[in-house]
Design a protein around this ligand. Sequence first.
Ligand code: GLP
Length: 275
Amino acid sequence: MVVLVDDGDAAVRTAAEVITSAIRADPRLRLGLAAGTTPLPLYHDLIRLAREQGVDYSQLTIFSLDEYLDLPPQHPSRFGSFLRRHFLDQVNVAESGLRLLDAAGLDDGERTCGAYEAAIREAGGIDLQLLGIGRNGHLGFNEPGSSLASRTRPVALTSDTIDANRHLFPDGEAPQLAVTMGLGTILEAKRLVLLAFGETKSQAIAAALEGPITASVPASVLQLHPDVLVFLDEAAAAHLTRREYYRRAAALWKRSVRGSRGSENVRSSRFEVRS
Ligand code: GLP
């Protein structure tokens, strides 16, 4: 695991360079996206890089991490609409490459989730999965108590998550049900990139990265994955105890991906330094 603590803008720029480099290295990359406020600046930066440097998204296969189950199909807060509005509509993805997780309701949930697992398998797996983290340590909508081996499935949201989302639904009920990739599904992605910004994520980050691996903190499952890159700002990193070590390991990682010409840009899509 490589943990980079930086100011938010710099973290976003580095994450965007990592993803852009991965797309350049493999134009047919299978990329998993996450919704939520955290990745928004990253999507803005990816759009900017796509325009300035002509990054080609046309051959990518795009998966998504999770989706509400009890919102009307055209609701603007559905994660599929969110991802299209803030990212996908602004880069040259092919509609045929989109595999966004969605279900028509609880009755359709099980069937859809089984089909989603099959779609991931048929595509050959996910190369790079973006992740955020919930204040309660959830990954996707894998709430505390989720099996560390869980697969894509319908889930009930915890009251913590429903409350955290309530401000996004001022005119109606906050959703209570969702479909999510499982923790076992997420662990099968070849690389994981987690972003977390702000003090509200600091306890969850400390528990996930430095606490025991437990279903009570679903994001602690990241400790089982061999290739995780974590981007934090100072506020989100506030409760980490190994800060000095992360700083030195991150400096080594940055050197290793800078490329032989000494560019400041992240040119390689491989993460050479892990701990
Ligand atoms: C949400 C979603 C996750 C997201 C996380 C953090 O409820 N289920 O996919 O990564 O919680 O959201 P945000 O980035 O808005 O803080």
